[in-house]
Design a protein around this ligand. Structure first.
Ligand SMILES: Nc1ncnc2c1ncn2[C@@H]1O[C@H](COP(=O)(O)OP(=O)(O)O)[C@@H](O)[C@H]1O
Ligand SMILES: [Mg+2]
Length: 358
């Protein structure tokens, strides 16, 4: 009796394993799930029926057969129902992903169903969201860049036409044209730098160097402009021998961008300061001014590309709104962070960190 039971159990196990191997070869998930339902129900049913025939051989055979068939049918129906609903959940994610693949960036998968599939749909949606954001940013970048490139070009074209028509003398327009060419050159340089930051092909020559002399040389370079604006420049360098691991030319560029902003936003008789503080694992550099300070929107958005506090007014007195975006890219590429806040006494404070040299 026990031997018979063991034989039946071994035979069922073997048949189940063979079925599992065969099922895995089926090409679609739908077929595999259907096969799984069939095997899971029919295998025990066959075992029960065979044992019944072999052991009892009684008039109850028909009853056993009927009961077994009924419960097997119920189990099959339940497994097909469940399989169908799993497949539909997968189908919805697949539909969304092929819509995305066709270029519909707004395609999202419904996040219902079993936990694993809901997670799959959620992470798919997050990916789609990021992609859409990235494409939007690209589109905006191109729109703004072409707008900012077109403005100086249109103005030069107008001046050239006036000269061709003899409506003006060259001396009259030359300084303005030189200024426009300079603006265009700066904008193209900035766009190029941003493109390199995005592409991750910045050539960073990292050195271990004290930050003090870099700050000093940047401040010296802006002395004339500060004097012309009646703005005092000062540096507070705490522990000037604190060394950072950074690319000196990039740090200079960041400092220059922050300092020109600070100078531009500081009124007559104000002051601009650079504060260097060594922290545990990094060195913090802060540029602060006594200007109008920062609105909540500015704190949030000033590092965005082409964002300018006052688009209409600042074009003639500022850049294209790329300075801080570049500063952020350069600081992050060197392993630091950059952020802005309002100074307690009024004015803006923009800080960045660089990793300390070991
Ligand atoms: N020191 C500052 N004080 C007040 N606002 C600032 C300061 N620095 C930056 N901003 C704001 O952030 C914006 C973006 O700065 P930036 O990226 O350097 O572009 P841009 O200098 O070309 O305007 C500026 O237009 C300005 O509104
Ligand atoms: Mg700027």
């Amino acid at each position: 009796m026990i031997a018979f039971a063991l034989v039946v159990a071994a035979a069922t196990l073997a048949a189940g394993l063979v079925a599992a191997v065969l099922l895995r070869r089926l090409p679609t998930l739908r077929l595999q799930l259907t096969g799984l339902g069939l095997v899971a129900v029919l295998l025990p049913l066959a075992a029960v029926l065979l044992s019944g025939v072999a052991m009892f051989d009684s008039e109850h055979d028909l009853t056993i057969l009927a009961v077994a068939t009924a419960s097997a049918t119920a189990a099959l129906a339940a497994s097909f129902l469940l399989g169908g609903s799993i497949l539909r959940s997968i189908e919805r994610v697949r539909g969304a992903s092929s819509a995305l693949a066709r270029g519909d960036l707004a395609a999202r998968a419904p996040e219902g169903g079993p936990a694993e599939l809901a997670e799959l749909a959620a992470s798919f949606n997050e990916m789609a969201e990021n992609l859409e954001g990235l494409f939007d940013a690209r589109r905006q970048l191109v729109a703004w860049a072409s707008h900012d490139l077109r403005t100086p070009l249109a103005s030069m074209q107008a001046m050239l036409e006036a000269l061709e028509d003899g409506l003006a003398e060259p001396e009259q327009y030359l300084p303005a044209m030189r200024e426009q060419v300079r603006t265009l050159g700066l904008l193209v340089d900035d766009l190029f730098e941003l493109a390199r930051i995005d592409a991750g092909v910045l050539t960073l020559e990292l050195h271990e160097l004290p930050i003090g002399p870099l700050v000093d040389s940047c401040l010296r370079g802006l002395e004339a402009e500060a004097t012309a604006r009646h703005v005092t420049l000062r540096a507070e360098i705490d522990g000037s021998d604190a060394k950072v691991r950074a690319a000196p030319d990039k740090v200079e560029r960041v400092l220059y961008n922050l300092l020109t902003n600070a100078l531009r936003h500081t009124p007559f008789d104000g002051s601009v300061g650079v504060v260097v503080e060594p922290l545990e694992e990094e060195v913090r550099v802060t540029v602060e001014d006594t200007g109008e300070g920062l609105s909540a929107e500015a704190v949030r958005r000033m590092f965005d590309r082409f964002w300018r506090g006052d688009r209409a007014r600042s074009r003639d007195r500022g850049g294209a709104g790329l300075g801080l975006a570049i500063a952020r890219g350069l600081v992050e590429a060197q392993g630091g962070r950059i952020w802005a806040e309002t100074r307690p006494g009024g004015g803006a404070r923009v800080s960045f960190t660089l990793p300390r040299a070991a």
